[in-house]
Design a protein around this ligand. Structure first.
Ligand code: TRP
Length: 339
């Protein structure tokens, strides 16, 4: 692609906290689709390690997961040549702009954030200042790169709204400085529910209902065999998300990994029942995740390659972030740095 077209691409950015392992919901609902965005957008994806310490982390686990998550992203199809992949703490501009934006974010706004309320309820013994000011850092993550779009789930929409408000506020005081970003709702992307409670989203906090990308095949098979189907006795693979949420979830997953339509699935499993359907879905998922798991493990063992990826990623990210930060420093009235 020539330079001219490169420059005109809209910017897409998202951060992922390395606070848990990636699961099938993350893959089918998000990461898988991100791989295709690279042609159309200038994409930045980072491991939000600065954010993750708002909740106490075991240092060794945090380090391991940050690297392992990067490996899994690449294995899921995010090409480091086409996407800028990096660790947030390697680009110090995030912390610097984060501080500044704290001073343009209101106490009242932060107090209204539902994630803050949820997390403080869950971590009553550690309601720290970082947990409270988290959205200002998130705004910095986004605004540093002049992002046009932020692909996020429902739970982050309020933070995206606040980022827009902060950007608009700053621009109104100092003149145009930041691009005002929009949430990006992907056209495709399966909403994967828990295998044990099919009315809730698949989540790492419910390990029985959650299939992790790095789970060994036996484990995946076991989780699918135990998947909750229905309380009815119909034992029939039929698309009815209202009455049969468990079956609908399995059909959704199966359709996402095989590309088959719901009609085709109903047809293929007519008269076969859940005893056949559940392990078949399990096998299809095992085969989908196998190359991703193997590729990730290989990269994690190798180390050097990942190190090159995150080094180059941070350098690229920093050169963009630096420009925005310099502009902001000037706008707010800091004396230009002489070195
Ligand atoms: N807050 C996001 C989450 O918990 C992670 C995140 C941090 C993020 N910075 C971001 C997402 C910037 C999008 C853009 O999921």
């Amino acid at each position: 692609m020539d330079q001219q077209t490169e420059v005109k691409k809209k910017v897409m950015l998202s951060g992922i906290q390395p606070s848990g392992d990636l699961h099938l919901g993350n893959y089918l609902g998000a990461v898988k689709n991100w791989a295709e965005l690279a042609e159309q957008f200038q994409c930045y994806y980072f491991m939000a390690d600065l954010h993750s310490i708002t909740v106490r982390q075991n240092p060794a686990d945090l380090r391991r997961r940050s690297i392992s998550q990067l490996a899994q992203y690449i294995a899921c199809g995010l090409d480091p040549e086409k996407n800028t992949l990096f660790l947030q703490s390697h680009v110090h501009e995030h912390a610097e702009l984060g501080w500044i934006l704290n001073c343009y974010t209101m106490f009242g706004e932060l107090s209204r954030m539902t994630q803050f309320k949820d997390k403080s309820a869950k971590n009553a013994e550690n309601i720290n200042g970082g947990l409270f000011t988290y959205p200002a850092l998130m705004a910095a993550d986004i605004l540093l790169y002049q992002a046009d779009f932020v692909p996020v789930g429902q739970d982050q929409k309020q933070h995206c709204e606040l980022t827009r408000d902060i950007a608009i506020r700053f621009n109104n005081i100092y003149g145009p400085t930041f691009t005002v970003p929009e949430p990006y709702i992907p056209k495709v992307g399966a909403r994967v529910m828990s295998l044990s409670v099919p009315t809730s989203k698949m989540s790492k906090s419910d390990p029985q209902g959650c299939v992790f990308i790095m789970d060994p095949p036996e484990e995946i098979a076991r989780k699918f065999k135990r998947a909750v189907t229905d309380s009815d006795t119909e034992n029939c693979v039929r698309w009815d998300p209202e009455q049969k949420p468990g079956v609908a979830n399995l059909m959704n997953i199966y359709s996402a990994v095989t590309g088959l339509s719901f009609e085709q699935i109903e047809h293929d499993f007519a008269g076969k029942g859940y005893g056949v359907f559940k392990p078949t879905v399990g096998d299809a998922v095992i085969e989908t995740l196998r190359p991703i798991r193997e590729e990730s493990s290989r990269m994690i063992a190798e180390k050097e390659y990942l190190r090159t990826v995150y080094t180059e990623g941070a350098q690229r990210a920093s050169s963009v972030a630096r420009r925005t930060l310099r502009k902001v420093y000037k706008r707010v009235g800091f004396v230009e740095k002489p070195f």
